[in-house]
Design a protein around this ligand. Structure first.
Ligand SMILES: [Fe+2]
Ligand SMILES: [Fe+2]
Length: 212
């Protein structure tokens, strides 16, 4: 599998969670309340899966490899993507910081959470579209099979060393549970591999991982 396919496949998981978060916003606005544990699950998913794992793979490996092909981190498509990752972190930080007060009935804190959550949903949907339709096709046109084998190995390392074995599956399960809770279609989760690198096969040699 090409690394861009791995990342696009992760986009489908993130979109299920964005759809679910949108439903949380609708329900919270209707009830003027926020369920703390559920809100914390969204923040956990975003920080660990969407930002830590997915954006980590993009920033530290795919974008770095694109730099090696002449792309700038300061401007152009990669620069824009990096800026949007940072904007997303700011929204999530505001969400996280307002949960405790919002869950105890503080209206201003609830508004802060809902506004930043809505901004995050809007930002990430547009961001994913740009990556799928512009950045990844650009990467596919620039990288050789050898380049992609190296990036696949880097992705495998992210899953096994930075995320830890079983973490990817844990967050796929969380995405499914949030989708079920909010009545969101989760067809995109069917057929998702446990991760882009088969790290579950602990003793698998790296050259076999590259061949996936
Ligand atoms: Fe991204
Ligand atoms: Fe992405």
């Amino acid at each position: 599998m090409r690394p861009t396919q791995t990342l696009s496949s992760e986009h489908r998981v993130i979109e299920v969670v964005l759809d679910s978060l949108e439903q949380l916003i609708v329900r919270s606005r209707a009830s003027n309340s926020l369920e703390r544990e559920t809100a914390e699950q969204f923040v956990d998913f975003i920080r660990t899966f969407a930002d830590g794992c997915h954006h980590g793979k993009e920033e530290n490996h795919l974008f770095t490899a694109l730099e090696g092909k002449g792309a700038s981190r300061e401007s152009g498509p990669v620069g824009v993507m990096l800026h949007e990752h940072q904007l997303g972190r700011n929204y999530v930080s505001q969400m996280s910081g307002s949960i405790a007060a919002a869950a105890t009935g503080d209206r201003a804190a609830l508004e802060t959470f809902l506004l930043n959550a809505a901004n995050y949903v809007q930002l990430l949907r547009a961001h994913i579209l740009k990556e799928d339709q512009i950045l990844f096709p650009l990467a596919d046109s620039l990288f050789s099979e050898e380049d992609y084998a190296k990036i696949n190995a880097d992705f495998a390392h992210v899953e096994s060393h930075h995320m830890g074995e079983g973490t990817h599956q844990k967050y796929l399960d969380l995405a499914k549970s949030l989708a079920d809770k909010f009545g969101v279609k989760a067809d995109a989760l069917h057929g998702q591999v446990s991760c882009g690198c088969s790290h579950a096969k602990k003793s698998q040699p790296i050259n076999e991982v590259n061949a996936l």
